[in-house]
Design a binder for this molecule. Sequence first.
Ligand SMILES: [Zn+2]
Ligand SMILES: [Zn+2]
Length: 759
Amino acid sequence: MNLVPTRIELARPLPPLTYLAPEGLPPGVRVRVRLRNGAAVGLVLGRDGAPPKVQLRPIESVVDPFPLLPQKLRELLAFAADYYAVGLAQLLPLCLPPVLVPNWEVETKHGLRLSDLRDQGRWDDLAALGEAWHRGEEGLRGLLHRRDRRGAGLTEICRTELPNPAKVTATQAKALLALEEAGGRMLEADLRDLTGTSAAVLATLEAKGLIQRTRRLDLLSQRREEGIDHRVALNAEQLAASAAVADRGFGVHLLYGVTGSGKTEVYLEVAERVLAAGRRVLWLVPEIGLTPRLLARLEARFPGQVAVGHAGLSATEKQADVVRLLQNGAPIFVGVRNAVLAPLRDIGLIIVDEEQEGSYKSEEHPRIHARDLAIKRAQLEDCPIILGSATPSLESWHAASAARYKLLKLTQRPLGIQLPEVQVADLRDAHREQRKRVVFSKALLAGMAEVLARGEQAMLLLNRRGFENFWMCRACGKTLDCPHCAVSLTYHKGSYRLRCHMCGFEAVPPEVCPHCAAAHLRGVGEGTEQIEDQVAALFPKARILRLDRDTTTRKGSLEAGLLAAEQGHVDILVGTQMLAKGHNFPKLTLVGILNADQGLRMPDFRAGERTFQLLTQVAGRAGRAEHAGRVVLQTYSPDHPAIAFALRQDFEGFAAQELTYRETLAYPPFTALALYRSEGDSPEAAQQALAAQKARLAAVPGLHLLGPLEAPVPKVRDRYRMHLLVKARQRGGISSALHAAPLAPGGAVVVDRDPLHFG
Ligand SMILES: [Zn+2]
Ligand SMILES: [Zn+2]
């Protein structure tokens, strides 16, 4: 076999390397190579035409007989790699689990074995086979090692916690060990494939209480029994919106519908049409844990056709889903951010629900934006895409106003549901009256008393965890800060610890001030933990539940808490903004926003937009069912536009004003941004790295460079952080910048294109 120099990229911060590989190996297949410190899987980019400068090593083996990802998805990956300036190989794990290794011993329909074709160097024939496989014309049964056992494919095995482990046999121990290594849960089919365990052994383990078997879809749709398949007759607006989405051809639709107006019915209607035409649906949601109701509805309406992907899945589960998609097993794929790269083919519709949500943007490398890539994917697949929201992002709204997106409006709430009454409690007045800081305004206290008397529910929101915000010394005025980060420590009363919310550092609160040794430390500002205490003191008989990141660390605890609240076992819910999203509490009639101004103080041009979105979402929570709702919004700045427009639930008014402001200050959507971030052992090191990058960017015309400046949190985990913001009139300007001054992989500087957060 003829070996030629071939460029191979690894999923590591390294430039592509050159190895000797079989001639004719197509780009897009994975190969195994040897590095100095072990083996790695890399991606073939193509032949290296340059004369080799050093003695080249051969690759160890070829992993894939042909590119496993569909052609359109490979085009999307190439686009994303270029757009976000990341290596293709670093995007690959987002859509293809590294553990997925094809079986070369399978035979084609003409009786040819893939390994024989490989040994004869017939890579062109293998590539043609791959194309036939992608088109569904060549089965290659068993290629992806998926032996489906009836029922086992969707059953999940879960380890249980037993105080005194029962005696087990060697066979049983093997299964338990494998389960342990997989993190305590895996699909039954995978466990049996991996260990050769029989169904009888698993049944014995279950009888001993050592494992638990659950149908995975039941986990996600515990409420199916509620009879959610009742089809709702669409109203005139919903029918018009669904009809406006063409069955074929690329087009972006912005479905703007007030809370409760039934966007999901429109999605379902269009999805049904697309499925009937034999094409597939990619459905993106911001957070899977918060959408069991949607999944249950999908499963009821399209039984057995839904696959689900989210961050909580184990590696084997992800693999099972990917195999299912690659084998065309699931025509609907629902997932969070990375699902935009799911190996689905023949897509006929893409839905991005709550398109304004920040969770679609990755805050880790590679920093992709799933909504933006979804639009590109729809363009490549030549299919419609629906972006849905009650408070669209200003980017999408602006594009719709400029007629680049088709705007579909839903303005009616179902009969009997009205907008809640929103009442402002001006904290400045309350402060003046009571001569002290006020946590609960009179209006809110009266509202809570009424709600409790009527047996309804109240929800109190404060976007700050812990008991007190920070500790300060009254003698010297200094705060207790994290030794590793430039932030104050937060007091958590339950665990009696001062904790850093950036790095997780914890300390027992000191008796005296570490700066001046005075015994005058006191807590300042209240967090959700303290609100819970204060509410309990005010309403001793009320059943109170706090839901924030501290109380929901255990898997499933958030879902359990939400379910308890939905079923009416809670009188007062206290929590952070995670409570604001997508739930439906039938008895909830009062929402108290304790400090509406909190988000406005962030040093971020989107602070107003985020506050408006949050307030509107929260207000939409109150009174969705038969009870009339009320919102008490406590604020020190009732005249701020984000608050004033939210009070009137006037998105269009807010958007018009905010867009004027963005245009004046040259912020997106009127400009494009890239944020270069650097980290160093000292502020100087971080600064120098960015200054060098700035000098390289100075030659690119049409850029506006701001910085290097200290990041808003200048130190995290003992690393100093600096920012350099690049503005351009058009997206093309940013592309020129990224190409003209590419960053060294693994260097001190990283770039975040279209940044959403500036922390
Ligand atoms: Zn002090
Ligand atoms: Zn810290």
